[in-house]
Design a protein around this ligand. Structure first.
Ligand SMILES: Cc1cc2nc3c(=O)[nH]c(=O)nc-3n(C[C@H](O)[C@H](O)[C@H](O)COP(=O)(O)O)c2cc1C
Length: 122
C-alpha cells in the first residue's frame, strides 16, 4: 500500500518509475542499481530486523551502492522504527546516501498517503 502511494507520487511528479516487487522475484538488481534514486521498502520483521526477501536482495546489492541515492520505507506494529534506523546506517556505511534520513514508517495499514506521495516525488 505504501509502495503504491509512493509510485503515484513519483508518477505525478513526472518521474520515470521502475516498480517491482522483490517477493514476486521480478526485480532485476542491475536495473534497480541503475536508477537515479532507489526507493526500497520492507516491513519490520523478526525482532526489529530487515527480513527476507528484502534482506537477501539488499545484501546482494550492498557492495555496489557506494555513491548512490536511496530512500527507505516500511510498515511496523509495536516497534519504534529500529529496523529502518539500522537499514539507514547500513546504507551510509556502504557509502550511499539515505536521502530520507531514518526512513518513512507507517503503523500497520494507517498509510500516510501524502507522506508516501512526497517520498515518491523526491
Ligand atoms: C513474524 C513477524 C515479526 C514482526 N516483527 C516486528 C518487529 O520487530 N517490530 C515491529 O514493529 N513490527 C513487527 N511486526 C509487525 C509488522 O511489521 C507489521 O504487521 C507490518 O505492517 C507488516 O507489513 P506487511 O503487511 O507489508 O507484511 C512483525 C510481524 C510479523 C508477522
Amino acid at each position: 500500500m505504501m509502495a503504491e502511494q509512493i509510485k503515484a507520487g513519483a508518477e505525478a511528479a513526472g518521474k520515470d518509475v521502475l516498480y517491482c516487487n522483490i517477493a514476486d522475484g521480478n526485480c532485476d538488481a542491475s536495473e534497480v542499481l541503475g536508477c537515479d534514486l532507489m526507493i526500497l521498502g520492507s516491513p519490520a520483521m523478526g525482532d526489529e530486523v530487515l527480513d527476507d526477501p528484502m534482506e537477501a536482495f539488499f545484501s546482494g546489492i550492498e557492495g555496489q551502492i557506494s555513491g548512490k541515492k536511496i530512500a527507505i520505507f516500511g510498515s511496523y506494529d509495536w516497534g519504534d522504527g529500529q529496523w529502518l534506523r539500522d537499514w539507514s546506517d547500513r546504507i551510509s556505511d556502504a557509502g550511499a546516501t539515505c536521502v530520507n534520513g531514518d526512513g518513512l514508517k507507517n503503523h500497520l495499514d494507517e498509510i500516510d498517503d501524502a507522506a508516501c506521495k512526497a517520498l515518491g516525488a523526491l
